[in-house]
Design a binder for this molecule. Structure first.
Ligand code: ACO
Length: 311
């Protein structure tokens, strides 16, 4: 009965085991997961645009092949995540439409423009670096299909982060102009990358509940700090500077002190007023409309097969 299934759910969470699609779950748990997984899937798909912008202008055949593979991986991530969301009783098409109508969100980070080739490096190094810090703990998320999708995604993200680092490493050792281009990209992507982790803990509406349910394992600020600590060291290897004069190692806590991103800007970008919000959604809408004939053909074919199957 009701009390039994609720007790089972609580016991599974307490024992750090997985909730599966067949299991009873509180409605707020299901809705919260749909919200987060859909937002995550949308981010992967929208995230193809800023880098896709450089596919035809990559500086060599090798760089082009690598970038092409990377952008295709993002499409794959979107698809695993939509499939994970579908186990919660929603349809992919319904989620697409929520994205296009603005009822569901995607990550703020993809609303910034990629103006030079070095931006592709900075996205790989910083944005995918931040994504890994955020997503590795999601491999231990309490919802089985989401946790399992994250394992492969994190492996691919690691390759993405390395390719970004490699682009910046090469530019940083190139001509003065190339070095300046790399530094300029890092200057522009640093704070938006810090903002990706979401609002500060005190303003994070979903954190407390998501952590109690073991969907999130760390708070937004904890993950942001982890990212700063990791990235400062890597910047040293690159020979590039992070644009924050306040960065200082605090021996007492073992962490780097840093200047927080501008959360008012994050709120503006989330509200739809970032530099590229309009362009990103318009592009997605066009792709959706252009694909209408494929969906219609597939549906007509499925209907025909179903009719033929009737004895
Ligand atoms: N961009 C857009 N919206 C954001 C962002 C952001 N960077 N950060 C927070 N928000 C939104 C939240 O979705 C929430 O709005 P909603 O209630 O309408 O959904 C609101 O701001 C308040 O934030 P929180 O309560 O802190 O939200 P949450 O607990 O879900 O934490 C986080 C946000 C950390 C992004 C979480 O959802 C998460 O870990 N998601 C999975 C990872 C992901 O989506 N990464 C983006 C893709 S990264 C990549 O593809 C390279």
């Amino acid at each position: 009965d009701g009390a039994d299934v609720e007790a089972h759910f609580a016991a599974v969470i307490a024992a750090d085991q997985k909730i599966e699609p067949r299991d009873w779950m509180p409605e707020a748990y299901r809705k919260g997961l749909v919200r987060q997984i859909a937002q995550h899937a949308h981010s992967e798909i929208i995230g193809m645009q800023p880098e896709g912008n450089w596919l035809t202008r990559a500086p060599s055949l090798a760089r082009k092949a690598i970038l092409l593979a990377k952008v295709q991986d993002e499409a794959g991530h979107g698809l695993y995540l939509y499939a994970a969301a579908e186990t919660l009783g929603v349809q992919r098409d319904e989620l697409y439409r929520m994205l296009l109508s603005g009822r569901q969100k995607y990550s703020s980070i993809f609303n910034y423009p990629t103006v030079t080739w070095a931006d592709v490096g900075a996205i790989g190094w910083l944005v995918d670096g931040a994504a890994i810090v955020n997503q590795v703990p999601l491999c231990r998320c309490s919802y089985g299909p989401y946790a399992r999708a994250m394992i492969r995604i994190c492996k691919e993200e690691s390759f993405h982060q390395r390719q970004g680092f490699d682009i910046l490493y090469t530019l940083a050792r190139g001509t003065d102009e190339q070095r300046a281009m790399a530094q300029d990209a890092v200057d522009r992507w640093w704070y938006p990358s810090l903002a990706m982790f979401g609002p500060p803990d005190a303003e994070s509406t979903h954190s407390a509940r998501s952590m109690a349910w073991k969907i999130k394992r760390f708070s937004n600020d904890e993950l942001r700090q982890k990212f700063v600590d990791m990235t400062v060291q890597q910047a040293g290897v690159l020979g590039l500077t992070l644009p924050d004069d306040a960065l200082a190692y605090d021996a007492g806590s073992g962490h780097w002190r840093y200047t927080a991103p501008d959360f008012a800007e994050l709120a503006e970008v989330i509200a739809g007023n970032g530099p590229c919000n309009r362009q990103r959604i318009d592009h997605r809408r066009r792709a959706y409309d252009d694909g209408a004939w494929v969906r219609e053909s597939a549906a007509a074919y499925a209907a025909k097969r179903a009719r033929e199957a009737v004895p």
